[in-house]
Ligand binder design. Structure first.
Ligand code: NAD
Length: 301
């Protein structure tokens, strides 16, 4: 699927990124395994995770180099792309997968918790995509795959920072898809479900949530990799601006916000008119206050 292609996978030292990197290597890609080796909350650095995955790819007969730069700053992102170009001459695909969690209920969230999560997910995805954009434009080809989350697409408790970042990534992806379509560049999102250390930090404060976590444990990160590999490949040349979701053996196409109902008055609206007429009409189509688990309410297949 990826013979000869150069792909960069951020946060590939563990979890979902690791499995995408391994599968990319097995499908003939030259892989840049990027990871700073941080803890779940983004603290610390360790070269071992990225080096270990690169070694696994090489031991399996593939080609891989390591990048230990952080996606958080522009210089780090430029370095990640430079590593790919220096080692392999070009970049064909990027998986913006690096991530951290700093969960807290909104009324208790600190500025730092907000800032760090936005920096790694939203700025990280922007930084690496932006650094690759000139290379993609010059080549007239390129595929971006960004990891979003049902925490942003649907909602989740104690994750305002993460939800905002992940929905921001959806807007970023669509904008790149629109702006760079003329250069043959594609951009898509995946909302994965996988049992990784990231899930283990989900706040569990009810028996229902405990049960949900038990179900999530059945889903391995490897289940997410095939869709990412497909989206990086030329087989997906007509696929852009989409949001997919993978949950064990299920693949979903997500909706994107569109008007669902409208009301109009010839003589315009007053606040009273909105209360008496507009809201009673629109409320028939209000969305429920759902979290991700309410929408994905059946056991993973
Ligand atoms: N696991 C799930 O069910 C799930 C659900 C929804 C979304 N996601 C998303 O999928 C992606 C992968 O998640 P995971 O579950 O494999 O998590 P993970 O914690 O196992 O892996 C994330 C990796 O990112 C690396 N990283 C952190 N900060 C970095 C930085 N600044 N620069 C480079 N690397 C950095 C970490 O060292 C780690 O190896 C994340 O974007 C996450 O938000 C995961």
């Amino acid at each position: 699927m990826l013979d000869g292609k150069v792909v960069v996978i951020t946060g590939a030292g563990g979890g979902i990124g690791r499995d995408i990197a391994l599968m990319a290597g097995a499908h003939g890609a030259k892989v840049v395994v990027n990871d700073i080796g941080a803890s779940l909350d983004g603290r610390g650095k360790d070269s071992e995770p990225a080096e270990g995955v690169a070694e696994e790819i090489r031991n399996a007969g593939g080609t891989a180099v390591v990048s230990l730069d952080s996606v958080v700053d522009t210089d780090g992102a430029q370095n990640i792309i430079r590593v790919a170009v220096d080692a392999f001459g070009c970049v064909d695909g990027i998986v913006n997968n690096a991530g951290i969690l700093r969960d807290a209920f909104f009324h208790k969230m600190t500025d730092e918790e907000w800032d760090r999560v936005l920096k790694v997910h939203l700025y990280g995805s922007y930084n690496v995509s932006r650094a690759a954009a000139p290379v993609f434009k010059q080549q007239q080809t390129g595929s971006l795959v960004h990891m979003t989350s049902t925490s942003g697409l649907v909602g989740n408790i104690a994750q305002a920072n993460y939800s905002a970042a992940k929905l921001g990534i959806v807007g970023l992806s669509k904008s790149i898809a629109l702006d760079m379509q003329r250069f043959g560049v594609r951009s898509n999102c995946i909302a994965p479900f996988a049992w990784s250390r990231m899930i283990s930090s989900i706040k569990v404060d009810s028996p229902e949530q405990q049960e949900r976590v038990a179900r999530l444990q059945q889903m391995t990160p490897a289940k997410v990799a095939p869709l990412a590999i497909y989206l990086l490949s030329d087989h997906a040349r007509a696929v852009t601006g989409q949001i997919f979701c993978v949950r064990n053996n299920e693949i979903f196409l997500f909706s994107q916000p569109r008007p669902v109902r409208s009301v109009q008055r010839q003589d315009g609206w007053t606040p009273e008119g909105i209360a008496d007429h507009a809201m009673p009409a629109l409320s028939a189509s209000f969305h429920r206050m759902e979290v991700s688990a309410d929408v994905f309410s059946w056991d993973p297949v």
